[in-house]
Design a protein. Structure first.
Length: 640
């Protein structure tokens, strides 16, 4: 290298670096077999007996390996929540050992005696397992209902949320559910009012919109934000949140109806100081506790409404028209066309407006008669909420007359079921007079023929042979003129000694060793970061769920089962958006998708189709299911 001068100290520095790298590479390669030969796994639960409103800590310790993630078994009545991990490495008299501990919080749904089966872990292809653990879960007293609540609900905390002790719900609030009807038909929209009462002075944050437990009903949130008021119940002031929503049943029968609401409370906490220097009575003061961070802590709870029952009836099969699409309610139809004077082949705009009260998500475009000298296109739709359960849905359809003999636009028809009269009603518009000008249909709709291009004139061949077929000229003495002659004499040899650290093979060996050392260290740090980050574990769990949903879609597609296919699509959308939005997957409704996703998102269309198929039934052929599967997979990959 230019400007570099050799100094004897350079050889000492290079030799020292070589020794350090050799020792590090030897340690890195030697430590692995030592750890692998002493791998074992153990598990412990603390405490062994707890109540349903408490939790226990499960510790799974793997000794001799840092990459053996345990596989937790499924226990009916118990839930496991990851709570972090810790690792330890030590050298004792030249012997290296490592261990990693996985922590889980255990909660129970009901009291009883449970046995946690052996927990397994796979290390280097070998399956290790712990001993089974037996624990006892005790019951607690039921939460109290505030006086004057009537049919109000209480507080519970399933799914990793804190259960309140007996009497605490009295200090917080309750819920009320008001149904407009007790009997409805499958798919009929039933207005419902949900009220959440919180004692004034309670600091609470609503985590999600109210949602229904179970799969028998679909809750449709109309209001984006609840109405906030104040009410007195037995002389006690409450802050009230009111949702004016609607509900519809998906299958016939009498089903219980229960609504819950997630909230986060700010609860005052007391600091417990250890004995000793901090055991002074000064640290028991409430002001000092608040000053040193002991004022409040967050507690996640669920406010549960009272149980109601709703009877769902099947739509009558007798007298059902063939063009009935599932609309239930009371509607009116208004039809117009523009222009009324045109030429054959000119497009006309047919406007159809359906106004009334009912399930507008099942209001399909009015049926235009097939054939008869008309060419029709798929209509577009636009819905507007008029308030108080009323709405208006506009349809615009392009129609093209193909015959000059047409004198009017034929009537269109729309069929719905009236729950009041319990009959199917078909609305039919009047024919609209039309004046057509111009010639016959063929001249109007035919596409003018394009003249065929004339054949290109043949190119004139160039004189002489083509370039690609030209044979290169042979080498002649004249062509080799100027080249140096071949050397036949070996010449004089010179001998030079090259140090080992300058030889290419030695430099390459050092480079490979450093690369392997850096790669191994990087992979180890990356593995520790992935295992310590809960979001990575959540993503892996989501990938497993989506893989299962996609397999169920493929099975339903092969069997031609449209209902099962749509329900798998709905579950996949809920699981993916649940992680992206950080909320419970099964609490995601169609209204939430319409609010948070872009208008016209394919996920909204598939989700809406899945909900409608639950109570009306939608038939899809295999090509439609394949297209929908590819569309759902593509759209879910875009969600961030």
């Amino acid at each position: 290298m230019k400007g570099w001068k050799w100094h004897p100290d350079n050889l000492k520095v290079a030799s020292g670096l070589l020794a350090v790298f050799a020792v590090l590479a030897w340690c890195f390669c030697w430590a692995a077999p030592v750890r692998a030969g002493e791998v074992n796994i153990s598990a412990s639960l603390d405490p062994m007996s707890f109540s349903v409103d408490q939790s226990a800590q499960l510790t799974v310790q793997v000794t001799g390996s840092s990459s053996a993630e345990p596989e937790l078994p499924e226990v009916d009545g118990l839930r496991f929540f990851p709570h972090g991990r810790s690792s330890r490495m030590q050298w004792i008299n030249g012997s290296y050992s490592s261990s990693v501990s996985y922590l889980y919080m255990v909660q129970a749904d009901r009291p009883g005696t449970y046995v946690i089966p052996p927990i397994k872990a796979t290390v280097d292809g070998k399956v290790l397992q712990t001993d089974p653990i037996t624990c006892t879960v005790q019951a607690t007293g039921p939460a109290a209902i505030p006086p004057g609540a009537g049919q109000g609900g209480g507080i519970m905390a399933p799914g990793g949320q804190t259960r309140l002790r007996s009497g605490e719900s009295k200090k917080i609030g309750f819920m009320r559910i008001i149904l407009k009807k007790k009997t409805a038909y499958v798919g009929e929209v039933v207005p419902m009012t949900i009220k959440a009462y919180f004692r004034q002075g309670i600091q609470a944050t609503i985590n999600s919109e109210p949602h229904i437990t179970g799969e028998s009903f679909v809750l449709q949130h109309r209001a984006k934000k609840p109405l906030q008021t104040e009410e007195l119940v037995n002389g006690i002031p409450y802050s009230v949140l009111t949702w004016n929503d609607s509900i519809s049943g998906v299958k016939a029968g009498k089903y219980p109806l229960e609504v819950d609401l997630g909230a986060t409370l700010l609860v005052r906490q007391q600091i417990v100081h250890p004995s000793g220097m901090l055991g002074s009575p000064f640290f028991g003061d409430a002001f000092l506790n608040s000053f040193f961070g002991g004022g409040y802590k967050e507690k996640r709870v669920k406010l549960v409404g009272p149980k109601r029952s709703l009877t769902i009836l099947d739509l009558p099969g007798k007298g059902r028209p063939a063009n009935f699409g599932g609309a239930i309610g009371t509607f009116s139809l208004l039809v117009s066309v523009k222009p009324t004077t045109a030429k054959v082949g000119d497009p006309l705009t047919l406007k159809m407006v359906v106004t009334g009260t009912g399930n507008f998500d099942r209001v399909d475009p009015p049926v235009f008669p097939a054939g008869g000298g008309w060419k029709t296109y798929t209509p577009s739709s636009e819905f507007k909420d008029l308030g108080n359960g009323r709405g208006r849905k506009k349809f615009e359809q392009a129609i093209v007359p193909t015959s000059s003999s047409l004198q009017a636009v034929p009537p269109v028809s729309f069929t719905y079921f009236d729950p009041g009269s319990r009959q199917y009603v078909t609305l039919k518009s009047d024919a609209i007079a039309l004046h057509l000008q111009g010639g016959g249909p063929a001249a109007a709709v035919a596409t003018p023929a394009q003249p065929a291009p004339a054949p290109a004139a043949p190119e004139k061949k160039k004189t002489g042979p083509p370039a690609e077929k030209t044979t290169p000229p042979a080498m002649t003495p004249a062509a080799t003129a100027g080249l140096a002659p071949l050397e036949t004499d070996l010449g004089v040899l010179s001998r030079r000694i090259i140090p080992a650290y300058k030889k290419p093979w030695f430099i390459g060996w050092i480079g490979i060793s450093l690369l392997l050392l850096a790669t191994g260290w990087f992979l180890r740090l990356r593995r520790q970061r992935l295992l310590a980050d809960p979001s990575i574990l959540q993503r892996r769990d989501l990938d497993r769920k989506l893989k299962r949903h996609y397999q169920e879609m493929e099975q339903a597609l092969a069997a031609g089962d449209s209902d099962r296919f749509l329900q798998s699509c709905r579950a996949a959308i809920q699981d993916r958006l649940g992680l992206a939005w950080q909320q419970e997957a099964r609490a995601i409704t169609l209204a939430a998708l319409q609010e948070r996703l872009a208008a016209g998102s394919p996920l909204i269309t598939v989700f809406q189709q899945a909900e409608h198929g639950s109570y009306v039934g939608i038939h899809m052929d295999r090509e439609e299911m394949r297209s929908t599967l590819n569309l759902v997979r593509k759209e879910l990959e875009k969600v961030s």
